[in-house]
Write a protein that binds this ligand. Structure first.
Ligand code: MG
Length: 371
């Protein structure tokens, strides 16, 4: 059954209801009928965003609105090209489980999540959008913010870094100056301009840096040389220096450097973590990789049990996904939750950042308000 059928059953003029802006809660007129709305949203980047993977002016993410009993939960997932995902396929994946979403009791979200993961192979962005919308809905029904539902203290949020994508030294300098409000920066490297990039940043600030090579270095001796140099530049840790598949080489590198190495592309979800011990010191967890909040919590738990450092990261996405991740951030050592700050057309406001500190909304659910 699709939305139009549901509206017919509810005796409403479908055209009237469909004219509602996507990000507003649908009318209570269909209060007793569950409703699932999906939309691919084009997020415009403030600066061209370049990493070792790609260069882009915009990113498409999939948004989901789950309405039941007069309450609407919002979810979002950013498809990751690295895992062969795109927005059109993510949207199709959500469509393929629409009947399931309309049928299940959202209060059984844990059971539902297990079933969803069996139904959908891969498609982590689609899963994330669904899981986040369920958790927003549950917490709104309970009348508590997500962090409170998880038993966390909003004072414990870490500082977030602000990310600087790969660019010319001049633009890198300008971006670094613009990021003055952030006490820690994350610098993307991994192409041929690593040293000039760091030198450009260092010409305008002495603040701590974290560096992400996005699998850019394929030679283990080169990786050691680069990291040893970064150690002299006030870099706190290095993220994914070598390709995920080069686990033995990364282990070799780790024995020769003095700052922690964190896994990002090498760490999809909880099952990936045990294999990373001894090659990495920590993991970067993203809702778009784990397929939502529930699997992200498991990934954090496994990493912590194995005494690894934990970081919550994000893709370029709106405040829906970034705020969801921010609610989990009191659990982790580091945060890189700035994806919403990189875009010019965020449909919501949610988590805020003050001098780098993540400030969680205190209203029920994710605590989003239309921008
Ligand atoms: Mg990364």
């Amino acid at each position: 059954m699709n939305r139009r059928d549901l509206l017919k059953i509810a005796g409403m003029a479908a055209g009237e209801a469909l004219a509602l802006p996507f990000f507003e809660s649908p009318a209570a007129a269909v209060a007793d009928l569950p409703q699932v709305d999906i939309e691919v949203r084009r997020l415009k980047l403030r600066h061209t965003w370049t990493t070792t993977m790609s260069s882009s002016e915009f990113r498409d993410t999939v948004h989901l609105r789950y309405t039941r009993d007069g309450v609407t939960g919002f979810g979002e997932g950013a498809p990751i090209v690295r895992y062969h995902e795109n927005a059109a396929d993510s949207e199709k994946a959500v469509e393929s489980v629409r009947a399931f979403l309309l049928k299940v009791d959202p209060w059984r979200f844990s059971k539902n999540c297990s079933e969803l993961f069996h139904k959908l192979e891969g498609q982590f962005a689609a899963k994330a959008a669904i899981d986040i919308a369920w958790m927003d809905w549950i917490c709104k029904k309970l009348g508590v913010p997500l962090y409170r539902y998880l038993g966390l203290d909003s004072n414990d949020t870490p500082l977030t870094t602000f990310s600087i994508g790969i660019d010319t030294p001049e633009v890198t300098k300008q971006k670094t100056v613009e990021a003055e409000a952030f006490p820690i920066l994350k610098i993307k490297v991994g192409l041929t301009t690593d040293e000039p990039t760091i030198e450009a940043v260092r010409s305008v600030t002495r603040k701590p840096l974290r560096v992400d090579a996005n699998e850019g270095w394929r030679d283990k001796e080169e990786a050691v040389r680069k990291i040893n140099w970064l150690e002299t530049q006030g870099v706190e840790f290095i993220e994914q220096p070598m390709p995920a598949a080069m686990l033995e080489e990364t282990r070799w590198v780790r024995e020769r450097v003095h700052i922690p190495i964190l896994a990002d592309e090498a760490c999809l979800n909880a099952a990936a973590v045990p294999n990373l011990v001894n090659a990495y010191d920590g993991v970067n967890i993203k809702l778009d990789k784990t397929g939502g909040i529930q699997e992200a919590l498991r990934t954090i738990a496994v990493a912590r049990a194995l005494k690894m450092k934990t970081m919550l990261g994000c893709m370029v996405s709106s405040s829906v996904s970034v705020t969801a991740a921010a609610h989990l951030s009191p659990l982790v050592d580091y945060a890189d939750l700035d994806g919403n700050l990189l875009i010019a057309n965020d449909p919501f406001t949610g988590v805020k950042v003050e001098k780098g500190k993540l400030i969680l909304p205190d209203s029920p659910g994710l605590g989003l308000t239309p921008a």
